[in-house]
Design a protein around this ligand. Structure first.
Ligand code: GCU
Length: 610
């Protein structure tokens, strides 16, 4: 393990990744200039802006300027420049490019974005940071012709400090975004979702005092319902100073002094609080102040733990009535990216009677967890370690570890997030299990308060095809035994559910992290006719009693809330590039199976209330 970890750290340094998780916490609460809006673009399928004709990067060490597509005009009529952002097309930011322009629908390559902005600092000694909610899949960022750096990974925030590099007017921000898939990437080349490219989340110029609060972790101590544990981390020159934490509604005000590294542990009583739950998503305003910096946000406090095969929320047994969802607004098409998108998707989950949602298969935008906090939905969050990842490649591990670190750093104060998931449907092998067990060790070192899982797989025994076995060495180190199963769709027919037996030898809570069937909304027929709503309805009717036979069952997230785009689903007239396992069609209409699951969850909720 040490060898892999050392190699991973080396890879991190040589793969010019950003230092993991240096993004400012609670970005939306800070002094900010939004850089959302229309950006001019240049579509660059041969990446000429990044490589010269010898395929050498323009911005290699010997020439640390931006790529070929600098935002400059010919100095003289004879100067040859073959690009001009001002007269190029534009795209909205934040948004994927695929859903904005038919010419980019299947596009995988480089798009150069450029936006000009003026800037006046709010305080003479303030510091400035360019903050990106995410860019899929890799981003090279240039300011006023100079490269700031690169980020790899399509779904987590990153930032660059630009203090002292800004002009009062006409700052030129150029970003190369490339969404090409690679075998050694995370995810790898094959996924069952659309490879939406672009500046898919908010872009902001953040300001913070010279010494400011960069990060804080304020949650209930593991196993305690009345004591806060965590830390606060400053950044700047005056690192050792007093930091105040206030929760006015609870009349809590405590002060700590950070050490010379700017860090201080937090450990104080949380008396009189109403604990957060889906039924009562109570949040409190928490204020963190240090010197000239003052940050506030609403935080919910709850405990989540397992005891044997039970999951306990605030010490009380909970059954996770869930649903999976992709980060896609089916009505508009394209990446879900706004608070309105989050409310639409989570609103449908609430209509279903859910208290829990699996945010598949990658970190979703920050609005999802913040709005889940507000609406009262528990969340499973995951990184795109999906299917056939290159388990032996240290750069791949460093990438996965970096994405996981950035996800945890962003959402570790969200009461809704109760599970960090390491992977989805990854074929068992020694190198895969080492890779994932290392991610588990990393996750526990970053956050000891949440549960760890992964969507594992079942297989049937050779002797008896009706016996499903869940046996995965990774389950030895996760808190939950979660697995996907598709009896009745990929394995046999719905009637086979009644014959199914389960062999799951773990004294742990079991969550069935996927099951489902495709149905074209509005297509009706016999319940054994594939792609009809009746087939999907029948599969749900047969699956639910089958899963109830699993004694350790403590939750499920059927696949999936809404139909979603996938290049793997071409069936003309039925799929047309959509995976149709949604309980809600691409037009927002609910299918018959939606109501089967809704009634089942109503029954489970009534049982829990008794
Ligand atoms: C798999 C996978 C999903 C996929 C689904 C399907 O289990 O985890 O990403 O979309 O099955 O085949 O529809």
């Amino acid at each position: 393990m040490k060898r892999l970890l050392f190699a991973a750290c080396l890879a991190l340094l040589t793969a010019n990744f950003l230092p993991a998780a240096d993004a400012l916490i609670n970005a939306s609460a800070r002094q900010a200039l939004s850089l959302n809006g229309r950006w001019h673009i240049i579509i660059d399928p041969y990446d000429n802006g990044y490589f010269n004709y010898r395929h050498e990067p323009h911005d290699a060490a010997k020439n640390p300027t931006s790529g070929y597509f600098l935002d400059k005009k010919p100095a003289t009529p004879s100067e040859l420049i073959e690009y001009d952002f001002d007269h190029s097309p534009s795209l909205m930011v934040p948004a994927d490019w695929n859903s904005q322009d038919d010419k980019l629908f299947y596009y995988e390559g480089t798009v150069w974005y450029r936006r000009l902005f003026d800037f006046t600092p709010h305080a003479p000694d303030a510091r400035q940071f360019l903050h990106f909610g995410a860019a899929n899949y890799e981003a090279d960022v240039y300011l006023n012709g100079k490269k700031l750096g690169r980020h790899v990974g399509g779904f987590t925030p990153f930032q660059f400090e630009v203090t002292g590099k800004l002009l009062p007017s006409g700052n030129s921000l150029v970003v190369r975004v490339n969404n090409q898939r690679h075998l050694e990437a995370v995810p790898t080349v094959n996924t069952d979702w659309w490879n939406y490219g672009g500046l898919t989340r908010d872009v902001m110029l953040l300001e913070a005092p010279a010494t400011h609060v960069r990060d804080y972790f304020i949650q209930l101590k593991s196993g305690s319902r009345d004591r806060i544990a965590g830390y606060v981390q400053l950044d700047g020159a005056a690192l050792a100073q007093k930091v105040k934490i206030e929760i006015p509604e609870l009349k809590i005000s405590t002060e700590v002094t950070t050490d010379t590294a700017g860090r201080a542990p937090l450990d104080f009583a949380l008396t009189g609080a109403t604990l957060w739950s889906p039924e009562n998503p109570q949040r409190y305003e928490v204020i963190v102040s240090a010197g000239a910096d003052r940050l506030a946000e609403k935080i919910g406090f709850r405990t989540i733990e397992t005891r044997g095969t039970d999951i306990l929320l605030n010490g009380k047994s909970v059954f996770l009535r869930g649903i999976c969802l992709h980060e896609e607004n089916p009505l508009r098409g394209g990446r879900a990216t706004t608070p309105e998108d989050a409310r639409l998707l989570l609103g449908w989950a609430k209509e279903l009677g859910c208290n829990y949602v699996r945010l598949a298969h990658y970190p979703h935008n920050e609005y999802m967890a913040r709005i889940a906090d507000e609406m009262g939905l528990l969340l499973w969050a995951e990184v795109p370690v999906y299917w056939t990842i290159h388990w032996d490649d240290p750069t791949t591990y460093a990438n996965a570890a970096n994405q996981l670190t950035e996800l945890i750093a962003r959402d570790h104060n969200r009461a809704s997030v109760i599970i960090w998931s390491m992977a989805n449907e990854t074929p068992v092998s020694p190198s895969r299990t080492t890779f994932l067990k290392n991610l588990v060790v990393l996750t526990r070192s970053l956050d000891s308060t949440r549960l760890i899982s992964a969507a594992m797989e079942r297989h049937s025994s050779p002797e008896d095809p009706n016996t499903s076995i869940v046996e995965d060495p990774l389950a030895e180190v996760t808190d939950l035994c979660s697995f996907n199963q598709y009896i009745g769709w990929y394995a046999g027919l719905p009637d086979d559910c009644a014959k199914a037996k389960w062999l799951i030898n773990y004294n742990k809570p079991v969550i069935v992290s996927e099951f489902g069937a495709d149905a074209l909304q509005g297509m009706h027929g016999d319940k054994l006719a594939r792609f009809t709503e009746e087939y999907q309805e029948n599969l749900y009717q047969q699956t639910l009693p089958m899963l109830e036979k699993i004694p350790q069952l403590r939750g499920m997230t059927p696949w999936i809330l809404c139909d979603f785009r996938s290049p793997r689903r071409p069936l003309p007239g039925i799929q047309d590039g959509w995976n149709r396992k949604g309980l809600v069609g691409e037009n927002g209409t609910k299918k018959k199976a939606f109501f089967i699951l809704r009634d089942y969850y109503a029954k489970k909720a009534a049982e829990a209330a008794r």
